[in-house]
Design a protein around this ligand. Structure first.
Ligand SMILES: NC(=O)c1ccc[n+]([C@@H]2O[C@H](COP(=O)([O-])OP(=O)(O)OC[C@H]3O[C@@H](n4cnc5c(N)ncnc54)[C@H](O)[C@@H]3O)[C@@H](O)[C@H]2O)c1
Length: 368
């Protein structure tokens, strides 16, 4: 594609985040990346975002943006239930698309979305933004280095977040409504981690989960604990919690145990990784992490723009690579295959939880 003329659907938290990132990176593409319009059923939200990010058109009419003859790229940033509808309309009009996770409110709809994008060969990317976080790329390199010294034994992740129906970032309530969100903390937040875990540690062979619903919104689990076994034989434990501790920042806390080293990482601070081995403790700060990833093609070209893109702004990096790969007709990633795989794994956890934690096998074959 020669020039990208983008329409954003949804002007809430993540719609505005994409608007911010696209505005930040557009100057790097000499006029070839333009955000032309933003739609939101709440017209004031669309108008607010349009003013904030200098977007020419703001409307409550989603079709006006999708049908706009000049717009050739659509971002879907709506509550989860509506992604499928936005994608169906955008694909019918032959647009390239960016679809936010978690794509759908049921496994059937996730398959529909997968089939829609693959059968139509729609250029697309899904919003697994953690795949663009430099810290996780540095971590991935460290995993390889440490595996040369001693075997990986087990991985523990605790992911917690203030129930995202309140506060500055999340002031809408759809995440407490099962018909709009599909389910709770795992599908909404933990799906990032499931995708990340397979990317970091390889295929997951089986899962066992238990969950509960403390806040009491029907169908919305706000606690889930998952045991996993990877095909490599490594085991993992994941816990996802939604709580109401307003003074506590959302954290992903990782503990990665090798036989002779322990790697820890708290992702409220994406800029350091702590490693203890048999002799010493070392904290890798940002410059060390940057050195580890600077030869990675994902970061090479932006290395001299550390101010803009490296410093934790992985949302900007994600959008940077989406638009750059589209302009250069190169493969986009992650794809809906990755999306459906993570979605299927999450639903395997739900199946297990309904059977009181019985193990559920999770074929590692990615959907075609
Ligand atoms: N990748 C990430 O890190 C990330 C972060 C947050 C949200 N998300 C995902 O993005 C999606 C949106 O989440 P959010 O936090 O921005 O929600 P939000 O509630 O902040 O914003 C959604 C916006 O969509 C509008 N809307 C509702 N129905 C619509 C429709 N049918 N057509 C057009 N606009 C409509 C609402 O008025 C609202 O302004 C969800 O699927 C969520 O899971 C992804």
């Amino acid at each position: 594609m020669n020039v990208l003329r983008i329409g954003l659907i949804g002007a809430g938290y993540i719609g505005r985040e994409h608007a911010r990132c696209l505005r930040l990176i557009a100057p790097l593409f000499d006029g070839k990346v333009q955000v032309l319009a933003i739609a939101d059923t709440n017209k004031q939200a669309a108008q607010f975002a349009a003013r904030q990010f200098a977007i020419p058109v703001a409307t409550a009419n989603v079709d006006e943006v999708i049908d706009h003859p000049e717009i050739n790229v659509i971002f879907s940033c709506v509550p989860t239930k509506f992604h499928l509808d936005v994608m169906q309309k955008a694909v019918a009009k032959g647009k390239a698309v960016f679809c936010e996770k978690p794509f759908a409110v049921s496994l059937e709809d996730a398959h529909r979305l997968h089939d829609l994008l693959t059968k139509n060969q729609t250029p697309h990317q899904v919003g697994f933004v953690l795949r663009y976080a430099p810290t996780y790329h540095a971590l991935k390199k460290m995993l390889v280095t440490h595996a040369d010294v001693s075997p990986l034994r087990t991985v523990i992740l605790r992911d917690d977040q203030v129930f995202p129906i309140q506060g500055i970032s999340h002031f809408t309530d759809w995440r407490s409504r099962v018909e709009l969100a599909g389910a709770g903390v795992l599908i909404e937040h933990g799906i990032h981690d499931i995708d990340l875990f397979e990317w970091l540690f390889g295929p997951i062979k089986r899962v066992s989960a238990r969950m509960s619903n403390f806040a009491g919104y029907p169908g919305i689990e706000d606690y889930i604990e998952i045991r996993m076994e990877f095909e490599s034989g490594v085991s993992a434990n994941m816990i996802h919690v939604w709580h109401e501790i307003g003074a506590h920042q959302s954290i992903r806390h990782f503990e990665i145990f090798f036989q002779k080293a322990l790697i820890t990482l708290d992702t409220y601070d994406m800029h350091h990784i702590n490693v203890r081995d048999q002799e010493a403790e070392k904290t890798y700060e940002r410059p060390d992490l940057f050195k580890l990833v600077k030869d990675d093609p994902l970061f090479t070209d932006v290395a001299d723009r550390e101010d803009l893109l490296f410093v934790s702004d992985y949302y900007a990096l994600q959008d940077y690579w989406f638009v750059r790969n589209l302009l250069e007709d190169k493969p986009l990633f992650p794809t809906i295959q990755d999306g459906l795989r993570a979605f299927t794994l999450a639903y395997a956890c739900y199946e297990s939880a309904k059977k009181d934690g019985a193990w559920v096998a999770t074929s590692s074959k990615k959907p075609a």
